[in-house]
Design a protein around this ligand. Structure first.
Ligand code: 3PG
Length: 210
């Protein structure tokens, strides 16, 4: 059986979702599956996050993780609800330490050499590069990949259908994260067919990029 990180690496795109109303969770998950991307990072930015993680975890045919995880308590709650991976915007040693000790897949955010070296100290090999575009995008990532050639990155923040191909083509990019195909306004307006369309478009780019 593949481990969670391997699954994410094969999918190559991680949709980042903020659910305002848990009622939208299942149709959203179905829209992602239909678009060819059976994965969702559900962020702790809304009250409905835990209920949403729970609802998706029950479906079993979608890899669900928790995003915007800022505290160890949120890791515990997310894992209890069925989250199979943890993503954080920054590098919080307490969160990472808890995940590593409990064998929970974690991809913390990094954007500087110091952050990356902290991640390496915990034995991590894959980290999120956030906020990717605001921190110089691919140019910065390429510069960081010189000394840290042993690391793989998940650029997130400003990634979209227009720059996805370029990011994925860089060998140190493990996968890309983004909300462009699952924007909150699309979810709230129940525009699930549009979500499927945008997802399928992203999957097509990922498939072409290899
Ligand atoms: C995140 O939670 O990692 C970012 O908000 C995603 O960035 P995006 O909305 O620009 O895709």
């Amino acid at each position: 059986m593949q481990n969670v990180l391997e699954e994410l690496g094969l999918l190559r795109i991680i949709p980042i979702v903020s659910i305002q109303n848990a009622i939208h969770t299942r149709p959203l998950a179905e829209a992602l599956i239909k678009g060819g991307l059976p994965c969702a990072e559900i962020t702790f930015r809304t009250e409905a996050a835990l209920d949403a993680i729970h609802a998706v975890a029950e479906m079993q045919d979608l890899l669900v993780g928790a995003g915007t995880v800022l505290k160890v308590d949120q890791v515990k709650a997310a894992v209890d609800a069925g989250a199979r991976f943890i993503v954080s915007p920054g590098f919080n040693p307490k969160v990472v330490d808890y995940c590593v000790k409990n064998e929970i897949t974690v991809t913390p955010g990094v954007c500087t050499p110091t952050d990356i070296e902290m991640a390496m100290d915990f034995g991590l090999k894959v980290v999120k590069f956030f906020p990717a575009e605001a921190f110089g995008g691919l140019k910065t990532l390429k510069a960081l990949s010189g000394p840290y050639h042993m690391m793989k990155f998940i650029p997130t923040g400003g990634v979209n259908i227009h720059n996805l191909r370029e990011y994925l083509a860089f060998p140190k990019v493990f996968a890309c994260g983004g909300s462009w195909m699952v924007k909150s306004e699309l979810i709230s307006a129940a525009k699930f067919a549009e979500i499927t369309e945008l997802t399928a478009e992203a999957v097509k780019v990922a498939t072409q990029t290899g």
